[in-house]
Write a protein that binds this ligand. Sequence first.
Ligand code: UD1
Length: 334
Amino acid sequence: MNVLVTGGAGFIGSITTTELVSAGHKPVIVDNFSNSQKFVLDNIEKITGKKLDFYEIDVRDTDKLHEILKTNNIDAVIHFAAYKAVGESVDNPLKYYQNNLDGLLSVLDAMKNAGVSNIVFSSSATVYGDPDTVPITENATLKPPTNPYGATKQMAEQILRDASNAHGLNAVLLRYFNPIGAHPSGLLGELPIGTPNNLVPYVTQTAAGIRNKLTVFGDDYDTPDGSGVRDYIHVVDLAKAHIAALDFLDSENAGVDVFNIGTGTGSSVLEVIQTFKKVNDVTVPYEIGPRRSGDIGTCYASAEKAQKELGWKAELSLEDALKDAWTWQQNLEK
Ligand code: UD1
């Protein structure tokens, strides 16, 4: 399949691109480098041994996107391009609504005009808010969003449903749990700008001595060790879920379908720290601090629907992810 990958130079987009090539597809990348760097494209080439077609554009340029869809005979789109920092979305909500929603509308408009009807969309477990029960299934009630980033994901899901009803669009919404790790080659991974907000980048930077110590945000949650529990999914497994979603769309599954992409198991913050130390033989100084505002105690997926209907399940472990995250961190400093 010829697949347009928006945000293909980003953390998840770049690794998905390499998996697309492994699966025999032909990815075409668009990215505006708003939160990614040009060397990523060279590293994709090193891993795949292929020079891929790339366009430096903002996805809000609908005319250009339309032309790219036509010129490259695109069969399906994987739409990653979006902003994702929760705190920044609170400080600058209009930037988030503009980029994430105008971006999606532009992609859908270009697809409609070019006659491309299959899309895989990056949603997030954030749409579930604080769940009533775990593991979370896809039909759990969605909670009112607590920040503009989460609001853009819920609104985007609605936009895709409406576009499907009206224009015959076929969409798979993948609700990611907590993506971590890096490409095992150490050539592709996350590039956090400034102080990381997410746990694993903070852990790797603390182990590398860039940060003095990690703060564990709360040890008084109703969890086995009191620290927050999340479903950490290796980014390579997550990338493979997109290939499974494309195959699902290709086998005449019309309309909109939604899948959790997680491992089905929760790990606590303290477990992540201990596992990181064990597999990498490094120290991670930490202290227990207060809860972070907006955080929840426990969140992990029911991964059954993805296994049954997409034929996908996570294969890699927390150990694998934390090893690969550390290799990536060390390469970044070279
Ligand atoms: C966060 C976002 C979520 C987004 C996801 C993207 C919030 C409230 N949620 O999820 O919307 O989709 O990132 O990856 O921001 N922790 C520490 N110390 C740290 C950092 C984190 O103890 O320095 C803890 C957190 O309290 C939490 C766990 O580690 O229990 C994971 O945190 P994080 O990586 O930020 O992800 P989420 O908060 O689950």
